[in-house]
Write a protein that binds this ligand. Sequence first.
Ligand code: PMV
Length: 328
Amino acid sequence: MRVKARANSNIALIKYWGKRNIGLNLPAVGSISITLNELYTETSVDFKAGLSQDHLILNGQSASASDTGRVSRFLDIIRKRSNTGLYAEVISANNFPTSAGLASSASGFACLALAGSSAAGLDLTPVQLSELARLGSGSAARSIFGGFVEMKKGLESDGSDSVAEQIAMRKSWDLRLIIAITSEEKKKTGSTDGMIVTRDTSPYYPSWIESSENDLAEMRDAIRRRDFEALGELTEYSCLKMHALAMAAKPGLIYWNNTTIDLIHMIRDLRKKGIPVYFTIDAGPQVKAVCLPEYVGQVRDEIRKNPGVLRVIETGLGGDAMILGEEN
Ligand code: PMV
């Protein structure tokens, strides 16, 4: 049976950086994200007789050996759990640039967890799906849920409590994100390699871990109170703290380009002019501006004035990962 699913991407407001277990993708810190409506992956999976290996079509093309290998290793987990020996045909597409700091691995593995487990006949709960998705990519555990989502660091060595949960519904607070694409190139250092070098060499790593619980508590509180200024200040703080931590690794990781830095200053200048807008940036050069609906037009127009901005994507909060269809 072929099963097709859709999962939205997400952006962390309180960042995840660092793993307490590499193999199981267990995070060293918790994180809080918002799920994004306009950025998503759609994936269909069909476990079929007669295949001698898994086949992956990614964005309309036969995928590279490394992308296929990563998907195959993930499907091995599903095969083991469902006692299936069959290989799969996987067709997956993102409606946004892949691997440029827009969390394509988050929506990608959340979607593969849902489509793959259903195609193999497993009937997993959302929490079980989150745990499965985490094995593909840490941030994917959050993309199973819509709205405001918290990923728990967890304490168990098997990762059973390193799962995400929804902390507020998408309809509970209408936040908007304006994403400035400043480069469509693949990033040079992937998040896993970046996290390893950071853990091993950055002198700030212990304080990053130590201070994270407080950031999570303050963000939960800001979301509960719908305090936009508190949410924005914490979002920028967590973003800059993560990048400073990674920049202090040996060799230092710099995910930004010139336009990234120009936009940081521009967003802070807009605030001085009375427009409440805050930035966040993941392991790539794109800048994501968070604001309330009434400021979207002004923020978008200002961002577009920068000649280094290739294009702009606007989005509100998205819902849970979902099955789109099944066919025999
Ligand atoms: O899920 P990964 O392994 O791609 O790591 C994501 C890391 C950041 O995007 C930089 C932060 C986050 O919490 O999403």
